[in-house]
Write a protein that binds this ligand. Structure first.
Ligand code: GDP
Ligand code: MG
Length: 162
């Protein structure tokens, strides 16, 4: 089974940067996926001999406010379609009310969720992680999508059951 991974998070946390990195392999193609829509971008990637599909929820404008911005309809749809959710937050911007709104949704969702703290380049990982524990989604995973820091380690762990 090829797992489907949804990238969710508020605007500007680095979802599309991670999507591009995860789908950069030779085998990356726009996935043939039922219900394909303009607001969600689908790609394929490989890690070792394991393939996966990634969904980038690129359509959040950032103009909405509060929970609407955090949990735009297409993010909810992506979560429904996914086997795994990577919830991205921004180590530089810090914890934000929109992050908390998304976390509240994800905590009651049945999908396997990983809390991914992006933009840790140049930051000390331990202190960068500290405030994100309170989201109640377990261990925060530090990465830097733009530089690839810890991305393959994260993906090894995420894909381990598949
Ligand atoms: P999205 O709105 O969640 O899709 O975020 P984008 O992928 O468009 O990234 C938003 C901004 O964050 C861009 O300027 C990226 O270059 C920057 N960015 C993404 N990943 C990293 C990272 O690992 N480190 C740093 N310093 N900046 C990053
Ligand atoms: Mg984007």
């Amino acid at each position: 089974m090829t797992p489907v991974i949804a990238l969710v998070g508020r605007p500007n946390v680095g979802k599309s940067t991670l999507f591009n990195r995860l789908t950069r392999s030779r085998d990356a193609l726009v996935a043939d996926f039922p219900g394909l829509t303009r607001d969600r971008k689908y790609g394929n990637g490989m890690l070792g001999n394991k393939s996966y599909t990634v969904i980038d929820t690129g359509g959040i404008s950032g103009d909405e406010v509060g929970i609407d911005a955090a949990m735009a309809e297409q993010s909810l749809a992506a979560i429904d379609e996914a086997d795994i959710v990577l919830f991205l937050v921004d180590a530089r911007a810090g914890l934000n009310v929109a992050d908390e709104a998304i976390a509240n949704h994800l905590r009651v969702n049945q999908k396997k969720t990983w809390l991914v703290v992006n933009k840790t380049d140049g930051l000390e990982e331990h202190s960068a992680m500290a405030e994100f524990w309170k989201l109640g989604l377990g261990d925060p995973w530090p990465i830097a999508a733009a530089h690839g820091r810890n991305v393959s380690t994260l993906m090894d762990t995420v894909l381990e059951p598949f």
